[in-house]
Design a protein around this ligand. Structure first.
Ligand SMILES: *[C@@H]1O[C@H](CO)[C@@H](O)[C@H](O)[C@H]1NC(C)=O
Ligand SMILES: *[C@@H]1O[C@H](CO)[C@@H](O)[C@H](O)[C@H]1NC(C)=O
Ligand SMILES: *[C@@H]1O[C@H](CO)[C@@H](O)[C@H](O)[C@H]1NC(C)=O
Ligand SMILES: *[C@@H]1O[C@H](CO)[C@@H](O)[C@H](O)[C@H]1NC(C)=O
Ligand SMILES: *[C@@H]1O[C@H](CO)[C@@H](O)[C@H](O)[C@H]1NC(C)=O
Length: 525
C-alpha cells in the first residue's frame, strides 16, 4: 500500500495568484474543457499539497511507507512519484493510467525504463510519455523523485497549475514537452536548472510574464514558446543561443528584434508571428546565413527592408506580411536561390521590382496584395497609403537599429535558485533521445487574425556530450520525421541523429509520426 505523510503547509502567497489564474483562464473551453469548478478543484489540490517552495523536503521518500518490494531504491522512489501523480489526476478519459498500480513501474503504460546512466546495473524509470492522453490533473511535488528521467512527453493533456520547484531535481532532463496543456504562471524556471536540456516545448499553455534572459544561455536546440501569454521584449541574450528552432508566435512580445540576433550561430527557423514587435529590422538579421524560415508577420515593423536581408542565402520561407513596412521590396530578396514563398502582403510597399512580380523561378510563390504599389492588383486605397507612405520611417535613426546594442527593458530577474538537494549521486550527462515535436495542437485563446503557416519547425538535436558509451541494443530509430508540412514548399530537413548510446526503451511512437490531431488553428505552431 502506498501512503503519504501529510505535508500540508500554509498556502504560499504566490499560490493564491496561481489559484485565481487557474480559474480565470478556463473561460474559453476547448474540445474537452474543464469546467471552472474542475479547474479550481485541481488547482486547489495542487496548492494544498505544495510544500512552501514547491520543493520536496530532504529524504522525503523515507517518510513514505510502501509495502511492495522493489528491485532497487530508485524504482521505489519512482513508484512514490507515479502514485502521487496518479492521485493528482482528476480525469483520465482514455484510461491511460489504468495499469498504474503495483511495484512493477516499468510496466506502467507510458513509463519507460532503462539502465541508469550512472549505474548500468540499475534499471530505472528513464522516460514518461503520455502524449495525447487527455488527462486532467496537476504535477505533485513528488514528481521530483523521478530523478532518472531524461524525457517527459505530456503534450495534449489537461495538466493545470504550475511546474513545481521539485522538478529541478530531474537533473538529466533532455526533452521536456508539456505543450498543449493548461499550465499557468511565469515561465517555468526549473527549466533553467537543467544543465543538459535540449528540447523545451511549452507552447499552447497559459504561461505569462517575461521570459528569463538566461533561457538563451542554456544550450538548447529547440525552444517552443508560442501560444502563451508572454509579454516584454525578447531578451538580448538571444544572440548567445544555440537553438536551431525558436518560436515566439502568438504571444504579446513587444519591442525590437534584438540586434544581437546575428549571433545565433545555429539558427534555422525563427517564428515571431503575431506579437507586438516593432521598429525597423536590424541589419544584423543578415548574419543569419543558415536560416530557412523567417516569419515576422502580424507585428508592427516599420521602415524599409535592410539590404542585408538578401544575405540570407538559405532562406526558403519569408513572411513579413501584415506589418507597416514601406519603400521597395528588395529585388535581391526575390532572387534568393532557395526562396519558395515570399509573403509581403499587407504592408505599405510602394515599389516592387520585376523579379518580385513575375519571378523567374516557377516554384516561387509571392504575395504582394494589400500594399501601395501603383499598377498592381488588390492594393490599398490611396487614402490608406498616403498617411504612411508620406512619412517614411528613417531606419538609420530608428531605436532598433542605431547605437550600441539597446539595453534590456527590465526583464524581471529569475529568482535565485538554491542548489537543489541531491537525492542521488549526480547522474552523468544527458541521454541522447529525441522525438518529433508534437503535432500542431489546438487551443482556443482569443483568435488572432487568420494566419498563414509555414511548415512545422524542424528539430535536430546535436550529438549529446557524453562520456563512456554504455552498451547499445536496439535503439529507437533516431530519425526525426516532423508532421507533414501543411503546404508544399521545401521538404523539412530531416537529419539523422547519431545513434543513441544508451538504450532507453522508448514508446513505440517515438521516431514515427504521431497520430493526427484535430485540425490546428495555426498549423505547425
Ligand atoms: C475507461 O474505463 C471506464 C471504466 O472502467 C469505462 O467505462 C470506459 O469506457 C473506458 N474508456 C475507454 C476509452 O476505454
Ligand atoms: C553553444 O555551443 C558552443 C559550442 O558547442 C558552446 O561553447 C556554447 O557554450 C554554447 N552556447 C550556449 C549558450 O550554450
Ligand atoms: C552555416 O552552416 C554552415 C554549414 O553547416 C556552417 O559551417 C556555418 O558556420 C553556419 N553559419 C552560421 C553563421 O552559423
Ligand atoms: C549589412 O550590409 C552592409 C552592406 O552589405 C555591410 O556593410 C554591413 O556590415 C552589414 N551589416 C551587418 C550588421 O551585417
Ligand atoms: C506562402 O506563405 C503564406 C504565409 O506564410 C501562406 O499563407 C501560403 O499558403 C504559402 N503559399 C504556398 C503556396 O505555400
Amino acid at each position: 500500500m502506498w501512503s503519504k505523510m501529510d505535508n500540508r503547509q500554509p498556502l504560499p502567497a504566490f499560490g493564491c495568484f496561481l489559484f485565481l489564474s487557474c480559474i480565470l483562464l478556463y473561460k474559453a473551453p476547448s474540445t474537452s474543457a474543464l469546467s471552472h469548478n474542475e479547474a479550481s478543484y485541481i488547482a486547489r489540490r495542487q496548492l494544498l499539497t505544495l510544500p512552501e517552495n514547491g520543493d520536496l523536503p530532504e529524504g522525503f521518500e523515507n517518510t513514505v511507507k510502501t509495502t511492495e518490494t522493489f528491485e532497487n531504491e530508485r524504482l521505489r522512489r519512482a513508484f512514490i512519484a507515479l502514485q502521487a501523480w496518479k492521485k493528482a489526476m482528476y480525469s483520465d478519459p482514455l484510461n491511460t493510467t489504468r495499469n498504474w498500480f503495483g511495484s512493477d513501474v516499468c510496466s506502467y503504460k507510458g513509463v519507460f525504463c532503462a539502465q541508469a546512466l550512472d549505474d548500468p546495473k540499475l534499471k530505472v524509470v528513464a522516460g514518461v510519455d503520455l502524449n495525447h492522453a487527455d488527462i486532467a490533473g496537476y504535477f505533485p511535488v513528488e514528481m521530483g523523485l523521478l530523478t532518472d528521467i531524461a524525457l517527459l512527453h505530456l503534450n495534449s493533456n489537461r495538466f493545470c497549475g504550475i511546474v513545481p520547484r521539485s522538478f529541478s531535481r530531474l537533473k538529466i532532463m533532455y526533452e521536456f514537452d508539456i505543450s498543449n496543456n493548461r499550465f499557468v504562471g511565469p515561465f517555468p524556471e526549473v527549466v533553467l536548472t537543467w544543465s543538459g536540456a535540449k528540447y523545451v516545448d511549452i507552447r499552447f499553455n497559459n504561461f505569462e510574464g517575461c521570459i528569463p534572459p538566461s533561457i538563451f544561455e542554456k544550450d538548447l536546440d529547440a525552444l517552443f514558446l508560442n501560444n502563451n501569454r508572454f509579454t516584454c521584449s525578447i531578451p538580448e541574450t538571444i544572440g548567445k543561443s544555440n537553438v536551431s528552432v525558436v518560436t515566439f508566435a502568438n504571444n504579446k512580445f513587444s519591442g525590437c528584434i534584438p540586434r544581437s540576433i546575428g549571433g545565433m550561430k545555429r539558427l534555422n527557423e525563427i517564428i515571431m508571428l503575431n506579437n507586438e514587435l516593432g521598429g525597423c529590422f536590424p541589419q544584423e538579421i543578415g548574419l543569419l546565413e543558415n536560416v530557412t524560415i523567417l516569419d515576422v508577420s502580424f507585428n508592427s515593423f516599420t521602415g524599409s527592408l535592410p539590404q542585408n536581408l538578401s544575405s540570407l542565402k538559405k532562406l526558403e520561407i519569408l513572411d513579413i506580411s501584415n506589418n507597416k513596412l514601406t519603400g521597395t521590396v528588395l529585388e535581391d530578396v526575390c532572387k534568393l536561390p532557395s526562396l519558395s514563398n515570399f509573403t509581403f502582403s499587407h504592408n505599405y510597399f510602394t515599389e516592387e521590382p520585376n523579379a518580385c512580380m513575375s519571378p523567374e523561378r516557377k516554384n516561387l510563390v509571392l504575395d504582394d496584395t494589400g500594399n501601395c504599389v501603383a499598377g498592381r492588383m488588390k492594393q490599398r486605397l490611396d487614402h490608406e497609403c498616403q498617411p504612411v507612405v508620406s512619412k517614411p520611417v528613417d531606419c538609420s535613426k530608428d531605436r532598433c537599429v542605431v547605437g550600441s546594442l539597446p539595453p534590456k527593458p527590465n526583464p524581471p530577474k529569475p529568482p535565485v535558485q538554491a542548489p537543489p538537494v541531491v537525492l542521488s549521486p549526480p547522474p552523468p550527462p544527458p541521454v541522447p533521445v529525441h522525438s518529433p515535436p508534437p503535432p500542431p495542437p489546438v487551443h482556443s485563446p482569443p483568435p488572432p487574425p487568420p494566419v498563414q503557416s509555414p511548415p512545422p519547425p524542424v528539430f535536430s538535436p546535436p550529438p549529446p556530450v557524453h562520456s563512456p558509451p554504455p552498451p547499445v541494443h536496439s535503439p529507437p530509430p533516431p530519425v526525426h520525421s516532423p508532421p507533414p508540412p501543411v503546404h508544399s514548399p521545401p521538404p523539412p530537413v530531416v537529419k539523422l541523429a547519431p545513434p543513441p548510446r544508451v538504450d532507453i526503451v522508448l514508446p513505440p511512437n517515438i521516431g514515427f509520426q504521431y497520430s493526427s490531431p484535430p485540425p490546428p488553428m495555426f498549423p505547425g505552431y
